[in-house]
Design a protein around this ligand. Structure first.
Ligand code: ATP
Length: 224
């Protein structure tokens, strides 16, 4: 198993944002989490990626306890958070944003190979390497956010709402590229608002409602 979350509780001050959340992310799966605005999707991804510290519960990565570790320690293990595209460095170029994704990697040949993969998957980014990120279209910015995650050498990519603000055709294209990243060996944890958007692409799939998580649909998420 890639990630196992067990009885996780997260608070913002007195506000209880995640209630006894348990889920698993099988190795090389594309696992989905769906839920409406404000029900705790981003909070869950941040807790898994070391950006928020849970009050109780455990998170393991390939059997190792990782709750309590910070994001840089998790990036070093290959666990990478892909935030909504608005978290890019807007004054820096496409290429600079990508290279920042690889900040923890010393091996130049590996960085070069990752950059080649990003440009093969997103030719638009290759064309716009010198453009500042703040002037990219919504779709291009989302490609850059995903490309930055690839540059980090992600073995698990936790992706927060890649469809946000995109037209339906562009959303499908984005999901196709995420499926390609998955097919190349990266485990994906994908958060979206609507199940129909990603049904058929993800398994297992979980629903989150008011900070509580359960397998979606007819229990498909419980077994895998
Ligand atoms: P969205 O899709 O709108 O981002 P979400 O499902 O990702 O929604 P979260 O961002 O995880 O939801 O927020 C879950 C709850 O926690 C919300 O009620 C939100 O207001 C609250 N919350 C999130 N961040 C903080 C914070 N830093 N301080 C206090 N409350 C917060």
């Amino acid at each position: 198993m890639s990630i196992e979350v067990s009885a996780l509780n997260v608070f913002y001050g007195d506000f209880h944002a995640l209630h006894d959340v348990s889920l698993h992310v099988p190795e090389r799966s594309m696992t989905g989490i769906v839920g409406a605005n404000g029900h705790g999707k981003s909070t869950l991804l941040k807790a898994i990626c070391g950006l928020l510290r849970p009050r109780s519960g455990t998170i393991t990565w390939r059997g190792e306890r990782i709750d309590g570790l910070d994001a840089p320690d998790l990036v070093a293990r290959g666990i990478v958070h892909v935030a909504e595209a608005r978290h890019l460095f807007v004054d820096m170029t496409v290429r600079e944003n990508l290279m920042l994704g690889a900040y923890a990697t010393r091996d130049r040949a590996a960085v070069r190979a990752r950059l080649d993969r990003v440009f093969a998957l997103y030719p638009r980014l290759a064309e716009r390497q010198g453009q500042v990120a703040g002037t990219l279209s919504g779709g291009e910015a989302q490609m850059l956010a995903l490309g930055r995650g690839m540059m980090a050498g992600a073995e698990l990519m936790a992706i927060d709402e890649p469809s946000l603000g995109l037209a339906p055709a562009l959303t499908e294209l984005m999901l196709d590229t995420i499926a390609a990243i998955n097919a190349a060996g990266t485990t994906i944890l994908l958060v979206e608002q609507s199940l129909p958007l990603i049904a058929g692409r993800v398994s297992p799939v979980y629903e989150i409602e008011e900070g509580k998580v359960r397998p979606a649909g007819d229990g498909e998420g419980a077994g895998a």
